[in-house]
Design a protein around this ligand. Structure first.
Ligand SMILES: Nc1ncnc2c1ncn2[C@@H]1O[C@H](COP(=O)(O)OP(=O)(O)OP(=O)(O)O)[C@@H](O)[C@H]1O
Ligand SMILES: [Mg+2]
Length: 250
């Protein structure tokens, strides 16, 4: 579905953040992208979503192929119209607008009213809490609820490929689980996902495939279960007995 080859990204004049990254998102799959702070995870999502320029970044080499389309030649709005929609770091909802207004804003580029209504029903079913809070100002939601709203808003655009940047960041374990379940459900409904996470345990439970980035390069990639073992051996010198044990280093 998405094929990235030899991708290089630079910020400003000299900060090389990605040095020739190769990765594939299988059709309708979930790809987890793991790695330490500064590894280049957000940079990768910005490159896919065409938002690097907002951060004074630039793709300097390589290709991002999405079906027949070269995403690296399009701008952010065109990429959304192709069905690739991102939720950036730090759940950037419109705090002064209501929950319902935030969701409406997510669907603003969708031309068909029937498609918009269907997307809204999908969000309502996935996050009933957002329906209950429809008229509340989004800034008054808890962190977990704001994350749900940020994901819901992205779903309103009708994505075929959803890019999530650390959706579990700062959330209590129960909410992390809830977000993990929501991602699984979104995937089951036929939307592919690139899931950037520091919470390796959650991400590897949800994903089919995984890559580990280290200082701008792919250090490890493969089936999620194999990457879980690799990560565990690398950090703790023993294969993972179960994914939950990864939580200790994540
Ligand atoms: N706007 C920017 N200008 C210059 N350098 C940047 C910019 N954004 C990121 N970088 C640098 O690029 C590298 C990759 O950053 P990136 O934000 O992609 O990492 P990350 O894996 O998402 O980290 P984190 O887990 O902390 O979110 C880092 O060295 C970072 O300092
Ligand atoms: Mg990041």
């Amino acid at each position: 579905m998405l094929t990235i080859r030899k991708l290089r990204v630079r910020y400003g004049r000299s900060m090389n953040a990605l040095h020739g990254v190769d990765l594939d998102v299988p059709d309708d799959g979930v790809l987890a992208v793991l790695g330490a702070n500064g590894a280049g995870k957000s940079t990768l999502l910005r490159a896919i979503s065409g938002t690097l320029r907002l951060h004074r970044g630039l793709v300097t080499a390589g290709t991002i192929q999405y079906g027949e389309t070269r995403l690296d030649r399009l701008d952010a709005a065109q990429i959304v119209r192709h069905g690739v929609v991102g939720v950036p770091e730090g759940r950037q909802i419109f705090a002064r607008m209501t929950v319902a207004e935030n969701l409406r804003a997510g669907g603003i580029a969708v031309k068909s009213a029937a498609d918009r209504a269907a997307a809204r029903r999908r969000v309502d079913a996935l996050f009933p809490l957002l329906t209950e809070r429809a008229n509340q100002r989004a800034g008054l939601l808890s962190g977990g609820e704001q994350q749900m709203l940020a994901i819901g808003r992205a779903l309103m655009a009708g994505p075929k490929l959803l890019l999530l940047d650390e959706p579990s960041l700062g959330l209590a374990p129960k909410l992390v689980e809830r977000i993990g379940e929501a991602i699984r459900e979104i995937h089951a409904q036929g939307t592919a996902v690139v899931l950037v996470e520091q919470n390796a345990a959650m991400a590897l439970e949800v994903a089919d495939q995984a890559v580990v980035l280290a200082v701008g390069s792919v250090a490890l990639s493969g089936a999620a279960a194999d990457v879980a073992d690799g990560v565990h051996q690398h950090y703790l010198g023993a294969p993972a007995q179960e994914h939950k044990s990864l939580a200790r280093w994540s």
